[in-house]
Design a protein around this ligand. Structure first.
Ligand code: ZN
Length: 290
């Protein structure tokens, strides 16, 4: 009798351990978002285009980043729920092909400014009108620090979403810098390092030549000619916002980015149309409170 009771207790304990463990594992995969955060996400056009598996993964990443990152308003800005959801969604989207958010492990905060802000450039020393040496302040709409923070202009976020056809997205730009800091070699097996390095070098050179000649590239912003780092961030914007145009104009570059991100956004744009619910419309009131 005693053995039966002992055996039953052991089985009960093991069952409880299993159930507890299973509950913990399923909780990890759950999107722990508030209803209104989910509503904002579903209304985001870029989310609505995604295939189902990426909708699931990106919403998990969005929820994880929402709970991990601190949003701080600067110069009177109050980061709205829309700003928080859009920022964490696009940040998470960049990592979906890598299946990990580890590139953001040292990231703690997102600082939101109402419009532009000023930043002291490293080595930015100049002379004022009286010949005094002064540190130069540079007007910016976004900044990415190697450790700790991303800074974004709320106005710029709204402007980019209003005009997706321009291929610009300050959130993608600044979080692409985070990836570049954390993982020059992305953590997945489909990365072709040789293709990526050679293509980035030759395409960067071409953009610099065009910029020097005063010519525009219709799919890559001229700011990409500032440095290889800016080139990667600017091309990341085009890759996720105007992927078909980028693929048509720069097929090798598109392949290189596809190899880095392990994603194929052109397919999302060809195969899926955002539902009528989705809206990143110009007059969307969500940014007006900023
Ligand atoms: Zn940049």
């Amino acid at each position: 009798m005693f053995e039966i009771i002992s055996l039953s207790l052991i089985i009960l304990t093991l069952t409880l351990i299993f159930l507890f463990k299973h509950k913990k594992e399923t909780t990890v995969g759950k999107t722990d978002m508030k209803t209104n955060e989910l509503l904002i996400l579903r209304k985001t056009e870029s989310f609505a285009r995604l295939p189902e598996n990426l909708k699931t993964l990106s919403s998990i990443y969005c929820a994880t980043l929402l709970s991990k990152l601190t949003f701080e308003g600067c110069r009177g800005a109050v980061p709205s729920e829309e700003i928080k959801v859009l920022t964490t969604f696009y940040a998470g989207l960049l990592c979906c092909g890598m299946k990990t958010l580890s590139p953001y492990s040292s990231l703690k905060a997102v600082l939101i400014y109402p419009r532009h802000f000023y930043s002291r450039e490293e080595g930015g020393i100049g002379e004022d009108n009286n010949g005094y040496i002064v540190e130069e302040s540079v007007e910016k709409i976004g900044e990415s620090w190697e450790h700790g923070a991303v800074i974004l202009s709320a106005h710029e976020i709204a402007e980019d979403l209003k005009n997706p056809e321009y291929g610009m997205n300050i959130i993608i730009h600044e979080f692409a810098h985070q990836l570049e800091f954390a993982c020059p070699c992305p953590p997945h097996d489909n990365f072709d390092r040789k293709l990526f390095t050679q293509t980035m070098q030759s395409e960067y050179k071409s953009l610099c030549e065009m910029a020097n000649a005063g010519e525009d590239d219709m799919t890559i912003d001229e700011y990409g000619a500032e440095s290889p780092s800016e080139f990667f961030a600017v091309v990341s914007e085009s890759f996720f916002t105007i992927p078909i145009a980028l693929q048509q104009a720069h097929p090798d570059l598109y392949r290189a980015m596809q190899s880095y991100y392990n994603l194929d956004p052109a397919e999302w744009f060809r195969n899926r149309h955002p539902s009528h619910e989705a809206s990143e419309s110009p007059d969307c009131p969500r940014f007006e409170q900023l």
